[in-house]
Design a protein around this ligand. Structure first.
Ligand SMILES: *[C@@H]1O[C@H](CO)[C@@H](O)[C@H](O)[C@H]1NC(C)=O
Ligand SMILES: *[C@@H]1O[C@H](CO)[C@@H](O)[C@H](O)[C@H]1NC(C)=O
Ligand SMILES: *[C@@H]1O[C@H](CO)[C@@H](O)[C@H](O)[C@H]1NC(C)=O
Length: 193
C-alpha cells in the first residue's frame, strides 16, 4: 500500500476494524491457524468490539458494533457503526467480506469498503464460539519486506463479556505471542447504537 493510501485509510476509516488500529510490528505475518469448518451463518449478526489495537494517530471510536448479514451472493454484508469519541457523532460504514478461498471452509475473509477502492483487508477468525466471543486478526506484509501491519481485536456478542471470557481471549492471544500491551478497551457504555 502506498503511503498516501495508508494515510487515506487512516483518516477516512479511522474506526473500521481491519483498517483501523494497524500497528507496524517487527517480523512477517505469522502462520496462525484459523477456525476450520467455519460456519458463516452462525457468525452473522451483531458483534460488539471489546478490545482492539490502536494506532497512535487514531481517533478512538467507542460503542463500535460490527453487524454481519448475508448478501446472498457468497459475500457477507458488513455494517459497522460507532460513536466518534471526539465529536460524539454516530458514524457508519457499509462494506462486504468474501471468503478468500470459497472451496475451503476456513475463516479467512477479505473485507472491502467502497472508499478502499480495490484494496481488501484480511479478516482471519483465529477462534470463536459463535455465541460469545471472536478473536480476529488482520495482517499484511509491510513494503520493507521484514515487518508487517497488524490489527487484532476481540469481539463479543454482548457489550459486557464476563471476566472468564476476557481471560480466555487474553490467554489465547498470549499463547500465540500477541503483545497485549497494544490492546485498548473499546468503551461500550452509554451507547446510542
Ligand atoms: C462442520 O460443521 C457442521 C455444522 O456446522 C457439522 O455438522 C460438521 O460435522 C462439521 N464437520 C467437521 C469436519 O467438523
Ligand atoms: C443488526 O442488523 C440487523 C438487521 O440486519 C438488525 O435487525 C439488528 O438490530 C442489528 N443489530 C444491532 C446491534 O445493530
Ligand atoms: C455481493 O453483493 C455486494 C452488494 O452488491 C457486493 O458489494 C459484493 O461485491 C458482491 N459479492 C460478490 C462475490 O459478488
Amino acid at each position: 500500500m502506498s503511503p498516501s493510501s495508508t494515510l487515506y485509510l487512516a483518516v477516512f476509516a479511522a474506526f473500521l476494524s481491519t483498517v483501523q488500529g494497524q500497528i507496524l510490528l517487527p517480523g512477517l505475518c505469522a502462520d496462525h491457524s484459523v477456525v476450520q469448518n467455519f460456519s458463516v451463518g452462525d457468525y452473522l449478526g451483531a458483534w460488539y468490539e471489546i478490545e482492539n489495537t490502536y494506532a497512535d494517530n487514531q481517533i478512538d471510536g467507542i460503542c463500535v458494533i460490527a453487524n454481519y448479514s448475508d448478501f446472498g451472493n457468497g459475500s457477507v454484508r458488513v455494517f459497522n457503526t460507532q460513536v466518534n469519541s471526539e465529536t460524539g457523532e454516530l458514524q457508519s460504514a457499509l462494506g462486504s467480506a468474501r471468503p478468500l478461498d470459497p472451496t475451503k471452509n476456513e475463516a479467512k475473509l477479505m473485507v472491502n469498503f467502497p472508499f478502499m477502492g480495490p484494496l481488501e483487508s484480511p479478516y482471519w477468525v483465529l477462534d470463536t464460539d459463535y455465541t460469545g466471543y471472536s478473536i480476529v486478526w488482520s495482517c499484511r506484509p509491510a513494503p520493507d519486506g521484514v515487518n508487517s501491519y497488524q490489527t487484532y481485536w476481540f469481539l463479543s456478542r454482548t457489550r459486557t463479556p464476563t471476566d472468564i471470557t476476557r481471560g480466555y481471549v487474553r490467554g489465547y492471544l498470549t499463547a500465540l505471542k500477541f503483545d497485549l500491551s497494544y490492546l485498548e478497551e473499546t468503551l461500550q457504555t452509554d451507547c446510542p447504537n
